[in-house]
Write a protein that binds this ligand. Structure first.
Ligand SMILES: [Fe+2]
Length: 239
């Protein structure tokens, strides 16, 4: 898919006081108003869950979602808040998702892949997620260096890799030359683009990655990944 905005924001840190999103409900309400103005009707609330850093419980997330929805209804802001989380792929993930908070109405688990993790841990963990009956919903793959195209190799090396990759991936629509990305596509993962990536909000490298994933048709969904009213305005072109 192209990086179209649509009516559903699949990734948003809109709930107050749970992670590095807004700390006060007033900012959350302001974010919702901006999203509504941009044409959104539904917003997935996806606070971080990172062991030792952001550890709000599922009950807290659902409770904050409920409270904020009430505020939005009173204020006449036409946004439906949907439950979700942004899980972090590390050695604790499989434990944390024994009872996962799915993206509401789906069997998808939103997972971000940190750049410093190993390819083997990513593969093994996401394979287990899939085997447990869930679909990994990969947050902003363009920001993950493990999923980048090889660009620092010699021409000979990359030509060889591209050739090998084409042979193994031609039936799966991955001509990327990135073996891990090919694996995740075959596994049936979903891939969510951050709208700010195309605008260069995370730098030129991420912008290039986003353009590549968009052109290749890897993305299945898009989201703002907004953490504040100012960020929402910038991502959605209101300033
Ligand atoms: Fe996020």
């Amino acid at each position: 898919m192209l990086l179209n905005k649509g009516e559903t924001d699949y990734h948003c840190h809109i709930l107050p006081g749970l992670d590095d999103g807004p700390s006060e409900k007033e900012a959350s309400i302001e974010m919702a108003a901006i999203l509504a103005q941009a044409g959104y009707r539904e917003v997935y609330c996806t606070p971080h869950l990172i062991k030792g850093i952001y550890e709000a419980s599922t009950e807290q997330v659902l409770h904050e979602r409920e409270l904020l929805q009430r505020e939005l209804d009173i204020a006449g802001i036409g946004i439906k808040l949907l439950a979700g989380r942004e899980y972090y792929l590390d050695e604790f993930l499989l434990d944390l998702i024994r009872q996962p908070l799915l993206l509401e109405g789906t069997n998808w688990i939103m997972i971000e892949i940190p750049a410093h993790t190993s390819v083997d841990l990513v593969k093994d963990t996401l394979f287990e997620v899939k085997r447990s009956g869930y679909t990994p919903f990969i947050a902003h793959p363009e920001r993950c260096r493990l999923l980048e195209m090889p660009d620092k190799e010699s021409k000979r090396e990359s030509a060889l890799k591209a050739w090998l990759s084409r042979i193994s991936d031609e039936k799966h629509g991955n001509e990327s030359g990135n073996e891990l990305l090919g694996y995740l596509i075959k596994l049936g993962c979903q891939f969510q683009a951050n709208l700010g990536s195309r605008k260069g909000m995370y730098g030129g490298r991420v912008k290039t990655n986003a353009r590549y994933l968009e052109t290749n048709g890897t993305y299945t969904h898009a989201g703002t990944d907004a953490h504040s009213p100012d960020a929402a305005r910038e991502i959605l072109g209101f300033r």
